[in-house]
Design a protein around this ligand. Sequence first.
Ligand SMILES: *Cc1c(COP(=O)(O)O)cnc(C)c1O
Length: 367
Amino acid sequence: MIMPNNLGRQYSLHADEYKKKACEVLDSGWYILGKEVSAFEEEWSKYIGAKYCVGLASGLDALWISFRLLNIGVGDEVIVCANAYIACVMGITMNGATPVFVEPDKYDNIDAEKIEAVITDKTKAILAVHLYGQSCDMTKIMGLANKYNLRVVEDCAQSHGNHWNGKTVGTFGDIGCFSFYPSKGCGAFGDAGAIVTDNEELAKLFRVFRNYGSEKRYHNMMVGSNSRLDELQAGLLRVKLKHLDEFNEERCRIADRYNKEISNPLIQKPLIRPGADSTWHQYVVHVPMYRDALMEFLKEREIGTLIHYPIPPHLSEAYAYLGHKDGDFPIAERFADEVLSLPMYNGMTLDEQSKVINAVNTFKAEV
Ligand SMILES: *Cc1c(COP(=O)(O)O)cnc(C)c1O
């Protein structure tokens, strides 16, 4: 069975290093906000190319705390792509702000050409989601943000270390948000997240907010939350980070092979926007007519695939209160019916890659 993702493979590439670090942290007797977290924050900000990094408990926390600290809430609008992961939208709505959806373009990211038309006097920010490992058009997004004085938050949960015109994503907007959920590029062994920013004042607010609003023990300057990255995850993430470039390169090699060898005319391979690169968090093909049949066909051949994502947020039950209906965002809705993520993980063997390619290429329309 070839699984869509296989975290055990990536782990086994460096298992001894993780075990050693885990024991080191356990033996240290210090588990929350210690030297592993500070060291990881420094290393991650350096890797991304931002001045500050603050470790948090999850990617969703990174998003909603960002909007909270930017004072974006009830009555405010935040622009986001209509094919986003639901957590992106929850990051916006947790503080009461309203998501304003914009259709994706053929690169599966927000169509920046369609943003200006939805800007109103309530618009406060754009959430740029770098979906599937590919960066959005940050030149256009930052141009609009400057023109209309909007904040920009980047959701880099699926984009650890990829670039727009050579500059690492997460460094364009006011805040870059990261999830280190185990399946993400630099994945932890549990839940974890972080933000990066060049704004010293904001970085300080995140540090205070994540720890009940206290800068000094028992002195609470604001109502905060508990969203601390823990020492064990931070330590393990430091090990992962050492190998992140090698992980990203390996996924690029797999994607290159898929790009070269998948040749089934029923399948549209992913497109990369000029100026962008991808770390291939997912290898997402579009199958306009027979997506579900292909998924079943691959399953019969013991190849697992996933759909990212089958229900666009505006049609999710959770967002019924926004009052959207079927047909409001036809491109995002069509994408939900035609996208399919092929197996993609570190440690995937050449033989497994060949099996996927051959199976995909033998799929015919009749099935
Ligand atoms: C995973 C993910 C999140 C949420 O991160 P968690 O750590 O699971 O809270 C947010 N946005 C995107 C694009 C994601 O892929």
